[in-house]
Design a protein around this ligand. Structure first.
Ligand code: ATP
Ligand code: MG
Length: 239
């Protein structure tokens, strides 16, 4: 009986977390050239939170984000994403983990030869959904205020519009975890604000967790939490 209660409590706690990191270290290079960049990181991100990660250049923010996203293999510690442990997973398993995550980078990485809609449809194809891909892409682009731009190619879109297409692509499969690395860095104030507002609205609607790196002080207000990484260590946290 007691064991069952313990079990259900554990399940409740872990099910409420999108990300759970325990005592994570990470080094680049091997042997004498090895350089540790992340030190003893422990962090829990509940579902539905928008968390901003700040810190000086070179402090390890992108490295941490790529580990959370399954873009590189863990070395030690524990990292659970949506109740799956990533420690010990090889490249093939990490590909499957990445399917459940929406990535937004500073550079939008759109295909120039494809229209806005086709860029988003490509993400839907990865899930095997072919018949509804156009409808899904249109719905997400419309939600981001791009209904009248779906047939434009990236070269005919503004920086803010391109970044919104990239966000549509990241969100179209309704990921429960969204990782963004300086999504507003290349944008002017208004476009940056629009992008963040859309991210906020969509994450609230879908109850998804957002972990976003930014140096942009103008968008900090969107965060439920702000965490600070200095020299590879989590230093402080503002809620
Ligand atoms: N592939 C790599 N090989 C070796 N060292 C690396 C590699 N990538 C990053 N580093 C080093 O790891 C440290 C952390 O880099 P990281 O990119 O995580 O920093 P960051 O906080 O994202 O910085 P920025 O704000 O400038 O983007 C830096 O000292 C960097 O030089
Ligand atoms: Mg970085």
């Amino acid at each position: 009986m007691f064991k069952a209660q313990q079990q259900s409590k554990t399940n409740f706690l872990s099910n409420n977390l999108a990300v759970q990191i325990q005592q994570l270290n990470y080094s680049f290079g091997i042997g004498d050239l090895s350089k540790q960049v992340l030190f003893d990181i422990s962090l829990e991100l509940p579902k539905g939170q928008i968390v901003i990660l700040t810190g000086p250049s070179g402090s390890g923010k992108t490295t941490l984000l790529t580990l959370v996203g399954g873009l590189r293999q863990l070395q030690n510690g524990s990292l659970r994403i949506l109740d799956q442990e990533l420690m010990g997973l090889g490249d093939r398993d990490l590909v499957n983990v990445r399917r459940n995550i929406g990535f937004i980078f500073q550079a939008h990485n759109l295909f120039e030869s494809l229209t806005a809609s086709q860029n988003v449809e490509m993400a839907v194809e990865l899930t095997g959904e072919f018949s509804s891909k156009r409808d899904q892409a249109m719905a997400m682009l419309s939600a981001l205020g791009l209904a009248d731009r779906v047939n434009y190619k990236p070269q005919s879109l503004s920086g803010g519009q391109k970044q919104r297409v990239a966000i549509a692509r990241a969100l179209v499969n309704h990921p429960k975890l969204i990782l963004a690395d300086e999504p507003t860095a290349a944008l002017d104030k208004k476009s940056g604000r629009d992008v963040v507002n859309y991210l906020h609205i969509l994450s609230r609607r879908e109850n998804s967790t957002v972990l976003m790196i930014t140096h942009d002080n103008r968008i900090l207000d969107v965060a439920d939490r702000i965490i600070n990484l200095v020299d590879g260590r989590l230093e402080s946290e503002r809620i």
